[in-house]
Design a protein around this ligand. Structure first.
Ligand SMILES: [Zn+2]
Length: 238
């Protein structure tokens, strides 16, 4: 009986897919059977962040001299007017976790191409405050981390670091205000999980880097034996 119902449900889902095909999140064109989230041409055109050389990472201007870290990279550039902004919007505000997994898988591929993933022991998504996590239902960076983990099999360590302070939005603040706003908002809850580990610290959108730096500082202060690399899903243009 159940199998029969499932069969009928699948039949209707197939019909729906024919009438309302899933659309590319960037350009809105109907997706082909083999495509997911983005159509092939939008995937090819993704504004990727490339490392200039092995010595100079694309995000070094944000992190060099601020904290000790191994590598810092990001998958793509982000501007509000860019058609790809809808990816992050869907992930953050529309509850679309599939987008997060998809972006995570792209990140994994990107990190692999940049030789940034080989020595990583665990992925730590920058935590949300528990209150905000409850409202949203999930931490968007954690979903992306799971996408990276699917490909790389590197474990996600989402409970080791917590956010103690629920900061207001950073968008209208300048660089110094942002830094002040996020100072000491994180805390390591399970140091034993991070000791002697090379951590990939993952944030969704990196703008000034202030939040990421604050989180990395806290980890290194509380777990001095840890090493940190950084990855952002997106690097915001100013
Ligand atoms: Zn498209």
């Amino acid at each position: 009986m159940y199998a029969r119902l499932k069969h009928i449900a699948n039949y209707f889902l197939d019909c729906l897919q024919l009438i309302f095909p899933a659309q590319c999140l960037a350009c809105g064109s109907p997706l082909r059977y083999s495509e997911r989230i983005l159509c092939t041409s939008c995937l090819i055109d993704l504004p990727r962040v490339y490392e200039s050389t092995a010595e100079h990472g694309a995000l070094d201007h944000l992190f060099a001299g601020q904290i000790p870290y191994e590598r810092a990279s990001a998958l793509m550039y982000y501007t509000k007017k860019n058609k790809y902004a809808s990816l992050l919007h869907a992930l953050k505000y529309k509850g679309n976790k599939d987008v997060g997994i998809f972006l995570g898988e792209l990140c994994a591929q990107h990190l692999h191409e940049q030789n940034c993933i080989e020595s990583i022991d665990c992925i730590v998504p920058v935590p949300l405050h528990s209150k905000r996590r409850r409202t949203r239902g999930y931490n968007q960076s954690e979903v992306v981390a799971q996408g990276i983990s699917h490909i790389t099999k590197i474990p996600v360590c989402a409970s080791a670091v917590v956010r103690r302070v629920n900061t207001e939005t950073q968008t209208k603040k300048n660089k110094d205000e942002r830094k002040q706003n996020v100072a000491n908002i994180f805390s390591v809850a399970q140091a034993n999980l991070l000791e002697h580990k090379h951590i990939l610290l993952l944030d969704d959108v990196i703008t000034t880097g202030a939040t990421t730096i604050s989180c990395a500082e806290t980890i290194l202060r509380q777990v001095p034996s840890a090493r940190i690399s950084i990855v952002g899903v997106a690097l915001a243009h100013h």
